[in-house]
Design a binder for this molecule. Structure first.
Ligand SMILES: Cc1ncc(COP(=O)(O)O)c(C=O)c1O
Length: 385
């Protein structure tokens, strides 16, 4: 029977779950079904799974377990940090960038409408990197209580933020620092005992874990209060019966990600380099958006490519790729249903480049060089047709 080749290059949207994670989750669903808040043995078993997962997570980030709050994912963790900072911590000014995820940008818009906070957007360089000098100037120009919200790894262009520099600047200027680490935890080692970050958002489905679960790191004694009220779960910081199997799935996915980090990182880094080289060779005029070509300041997990074709032809591109079994994104997955274009690319690309189609290809250790070669040949045919 004819079967279509399928190539999944959209791991920044979500990753394929690891078999070991699925198996672990199934065993929890079958065997450990007590409500973690119940005091009987069934409940206590569930509770201990959650507390062990919390310790595991805290261990990797080098923080204490009480600073980890499990959530429904990255979006909730971003909302928690931003909302509570304004509502409970007296933040009246937020500095962010125009290339943040909508979980941050739309939350900030909402806070501006409801609480009339001041919002500043830090300047970006040509590569989309945050202009640290401008951030410094913004921090120094005001005594208003400020929160800085800047992501670690950008989900569309892969730029990596210098979190040490930003954290130290925030500390010097008595500002709080929220850092969305949804695209970095599980792909990079992050030691939060060494970086002055106050709040972090993380999501399991970006590192081969389940969807609908993540966590917030909330620095001790920060004074943050819940977003969701009800029972006393998560030490009163996040009400609602815990999703035990998801939390255990997150833990298992993180354990495997960090156990295999060196090997998988090397493998995926080589795939990215191969993709870039082959594209340059086969498609003259191809451009790379953001800082993709700089291995030091971009992630190894994705590239964002601008193809040398007209805007009319561009309309058919994702459709054509889908027909060939290739999954990738135009901007982030959350926007692919809209035709507004990418707010990230809009923030720093020239008008000329914005007329051309840009695609994000994001990888994992499940991908192969053969897949990359196939994708490049399809792209080449498209550009030349
Ligand atoms: C940078 C970033 N922040 C936040 C999120 C939202 O995370 P979740 O899907 O777990 O709500 C995503 C996922 O698309 C992301 O890439």
């Amino acid at each position: 029977m004819w079967s279509m080749k399928k190539v999944y290059l959209d791991s920044a949207a979500t990753t394929q779950m690891r078999d070991e994670v699925i198996e672990k989750m199934i065993s929890v669903m079958k065997e450990t079904y007590g409500n973690p808040s119940s005091i009987h043995a069934f409940g206590r078993s569930s509770k201990s799974l959650i507390e062990n997962a919390r310790k595991t997570v805290a261990g990797y980030l080098k923080v204490s377990a009480s600073e980890i709050i499990f959530t429904s994912g990255g979006t909730e963790a971003d909302n928690l940090a931003l909302n509570s900072s304004v509502r409970d911590l007296g933040v009246k000014r937020i500095i962010t960038s125009r290339i943040e995820h909508h979980a941050v940008l739309y939350t900030v818009d909402q806070l501006k409408q409801c609480f009339n906070i001041e919002v500043e957007y830090v300047d970006l360089k040509e590569t989309g990197q945050v202009d640290i000098e401008h951030l410094k100037a913004l921090l120094e120009e005001s005594n208003t209580k400020t929160l800085v919200s800047l992501m670690h790894v950008n989900n569309e262009i892969g730029n990596v933020l210098d979190i040490n520099a930003v954290g130290n600047l925030c500390k010097e200027n008595k500002a709080l620092f929220h850092c969305d680490m949804v695209q970095s935890i599980g792909h990079f080692n992050v030691d939060l005992s060494a970086v002055p970050v106050d709040f972090t958002a993380v999501s399991a489905h970006k590192f081969h874990g389940p969807k609908g679960v993540g966590f917030a790191y909330i620095r001790k004694n920060s004074g943050l209060r819940p977003l969701i009220f009800g029972g006393e779960q998560e030490r009163g910081q996040r009400a609602g019966t815990e999703s035990v199997h998801n939390i255990v799935g997150l833990e298992e996915a993180l354990k495997i990600a960090y156990a295999n980090l060196k090997e998988e990182k090397e493998y995926v880094t080589a795939l990215k380099a191969h993709f870039i080289e082959t594209l340059k060779k086969e498609i003259p005029g191809v451009k790379f958006n953001g800082d993709c070509l700089n291995a030091e300041t971009s992630t190894y997990t994705l590239i964002n490519v601008c193809l040398p074709v007209s805007s009319e032809k561009a309309l058919m591109l994702l459709f054509q790729l889908d027909l060939k079994g290739i999954a990738c994104s135009k901007g982030s997955a959350c926007q692919s249903g809209s035709d507004k274009g990418s707010h990230v690319l809009n923030a720093f690309l020239s008008q000329e480049d914005l007329q051309k189609p840009s695609l994000r290809f994001s990888f994992s250790h499940y991908n192969t060089k053969e897949e990359i070669n196939y994708v490049v040949s399809v792209l080449k045919d498209f550009v030349e047709s």
